[in-house]
Structures are given as structure tokens and as C-alpha cells.
Design a protein around this ligand. Structure first.
Ligand code: 6PG
Length: 245
């Protein structure tokens, strides 16, 4: 059963997910002195990153114990305005003085298949060849039901069947390539959180959460951590069509 938290406003949603981030990061660091998180791209999480960078409630987090990865990246260099790395780096990692060795960037400047293969190697090595299991994977959802860079009808939806953790995905809808976690990798995480806000996503969110299981059409439906928790953090506008909450 999905856990769903709804806030009246976007601002309330950001505070909600920031408290959740601080809470689980603190808990994991207390337990094992490290915390691994895969960040999302897109516009929604920008406010979360800015909040975590600036709000005093996050000052006491042992930021040097947090390792940052990305659940997906555009096939662009790290200084490109579309880069998910650039967004997180400028809004959170630089302000919180995250050590370079804690930043695990997808090399979007390379050929996408090479970048995906190298990132998969880096992740497997970082987890010391145990099955990779992120403490937290942060996701958004597009109005077409995609998450990370798992887009409707794209090849990466099939790659989850094989032993692939990271893949290059050609996105005809965008006439571009992306590098993305497969659903298989996301579903090994301890905690997965979707951050979804705004009225434009309400109908898709209803179809994803309460409609028939059509993961090729709504890839967000692929996300179901096998041995972990899934929580949806929404504002009232995005949740406005849900009937089961
Ligand atoms: C990306 C994201 C993507 C994003 C959704 C929602 O690289 O764009 O990883 O999956 O989360 O497209 O984006 P918005 O938050 O901009 O609506």
C-alpha cells in the first residue's frame, strides 16, 4: 500500500519532504555513519534543494556523511542548463560544501551508453558488489507518467527485466537520450519518495495510483520497492482527483 502525505500548498509539501529527508538521513547516519541518496531532476525538487541548503533545520545534518547520486541525467555536459547535476550542485551541494568525493555525477557529456555503463560500474563498486541498495531515491513524475527517465514506451522499461541497473534510454518524445536508473535499481532502495505537485499532474496521478496497471503507458507504476518503503508527498492540487486518500 502506498503511503501518501498531502499538504495544502507546494510550500507545505517542500517542508514536508525536507523534514522527511532530514529524518531518514539522520537515522541512517546514526546507524551506519553514511547515507546514500539518488536525487531527481526536473523543476519540482529545486525548491527542496534550496530549502535544505538554507533552512536552519538542516544545519545539524552531518552533510559530509551524505553521498549524492542521480536517478537520471540528461545527455548534456555538467555545465549545461538542462543538467540535473548542475541544478543540484548550484542549489544544494555547493552551499552545503559537500566534499567532491561524495558527489557521484553521471557523465552526461559522454556517449549515453558509455555514461550508463560507467555509472553502473561506479554504483556496483560503491556498494562493494553487494546488490546496490540506496537509502533513499527521490523521484518526480511527469504529466505523461514517466519517472526518472523511464518514459512511456521507451526501451529502458524492458531493460529492467535484464540484469541492468543503469541504462541509456532514447526518448523519441524529446528527440534526445537520457541516462537513467532502471526500475529494477529503484526498487532495491530502502526508501523511495515521489514528490509531485501541481494541478497539471492530477489526472495522471489518479491514473498511476488508482487506474489499471499499465506500466508501459505510466512507468511510475513500475516503482514498488521490494524490501523498502514508497511514499508519495503531494500537494492538494496534484492529489485533487484521488479518491482513496
Ligand atoms: C528529469 C527528472 C524527471 C522529473 C519529471 C518531473 O530529469 O527531468 O528526473 O523524471 O522528475 O520530469 O519534472 P518536473 O518536476 O519538472 O515536473
Amino acid at each position: 500500500m502506498n503511503k501518501i502525505r498531502i499538504s495544502p500548498t507546494i510550500e507545505g509539501t517542500i517542508t514536508n519532504i525536507a523534514e522527511y529527508f532530514i529524518s531518514i538521513a539522520s537515522e541512517q547516519i546514526n546507524q551506519k555513519d553514511i547515507f546514500s541518496v539518488a536525487l531527481s531532476g526536473g523543476s519540482t525538487p529545486k525548491s527542496l534543494y534550496e530549502f535544505l541548503a538554507q533552512d536552519s533545520s538542516a544545519d545539524d545534518l552531518p552533510w559530509d556523511k551524505i553521498h549524492f547520486f542521480w536517478g537520471d541525467e540528461r545527455a548534456v555536459p555538467p555545465d549545461h542548463p538542462d543538467s540535473n547535476f548542475l541544478q543540484a550542485s548550484s542549489t544544494l551541494l555547493e552551499p552545503r560544501l559537500i566534499p567532491a568525493e561524495n558527489i557521484h555525477r553521471i557523465m552526461g557529456e559522454l556517449d549515453p551508453k558509455t555514461a550508463a555503463a560507467l555509472y553502473q560500474e561506479e554504483i556496483l563498486a560503491w556498494f562493494k558488489d553487494t546488490p546496490p541498495r540506496f537509502d533513499l531515491v527521490l523521484l518526480g513524475m511527469g504529466t505523461d507518467g514517466h519517472t526518472a527517465s523511464l518514459f512511456p514506451g521507451s526501451q529502458a522499461l524492458q531493460d529492467s527485466q535484464q540484469n541492468q541497473w543503469v541504462t541509456a534510454n532514447q526518448i523519441p518524445q524529446l528527440s534526445s537520450w537520457r541516462i537513467t536508473f532502471t526500475a529494477k535499481l529503484i526498487n532495491t532502495a530502502e526508501q523511495v519518495v515521489f514528490l509531485v505537485t501541481g494541478q497539471p499532474k492530477a489526472e495522471t496521478l489518479f491514473k498511476v495510483l488508482e487506474g489499471p496497471n499499465l506500466p508501459n503507458k505510466y512507468p511510475s507504476q513500475l516503482i514498488n520497492p521490494h524490501n523498502g518503503s514508497l511514499i508519495w508527498i503531494l500537494d492538494q492540487a496534484a492529489a485533487s482527483m484521488l479518491t482513496l486518500v
